[in-house]
Design a protein. Structure first.
Length: 150
């Protein structure tokens, strides 16, 4: 990962654990049963990935807001507007059951990647930002696809 600080990479990868765990417990009935008995239903199957996905989209709104603070004038104003979209998307689009929520979150994370690119292209995100975000987004979308289509 070209130039990505080790701490950012390790924390980013650690942040994938709930998504990967959710996908694994969807794919494996024995693991699903063990997880539900050990951790409870909230931390098993589609529920952990969907709930955590909404949390992370909201968290990423805050990250983008921080990037917007580096700008001024119209660029800052548009950055603030764009930064709230992931959180609003998570709030309004994750109802209606696990399949539609997973598909909505997949779209949300894909849209977030476009916003990441916009902030990066404007020089508001670190130079290494897109290297990290593409990797993390790809894994998140794959895990959510398992929830939606498995």
């Amino acid at each position: 990962m070209q130039g990505v600080p080790r701490s950012a990479l390790l924390l980013g990868l650690a942040g994938l654990i709930p998504f990967v765990w959710g996908a694994l417990t969807v794919l494996s009935e024995p693991l699903n049963a063990w997880s539900a008995q050990t951790f409870g239903g909230r931390f098993t199957g589609p529920y952990i990935g969907l709930f955590y996905g909404a949390v992370i989209l909201s968290f990423m709104s805050g990250v983008l807001w921080g990037f917007a603070t580096k700008a001024s004038g119209a660029v800052a104003a548009s950055g603030y507007v764009m930064s709230v979209i992931p959180a609003l998307w998570a709030f309004f689009m994750t109802g209606g059951g696990p399949v539609s929520a997973a598909i909505s979150l997949m779209a949300g994370f894909t849209g977030l990647l476009a916003l990441d690119w916009m902030f990066w292209k404007q020089g508001l995100a670190p130079a290494w930002w897109m290297h990290l975000r593409v990797l993390l987004t790809a894994i998140v979308v794959i895990c959510l696809a398992v929830v939606a289509f498995a």
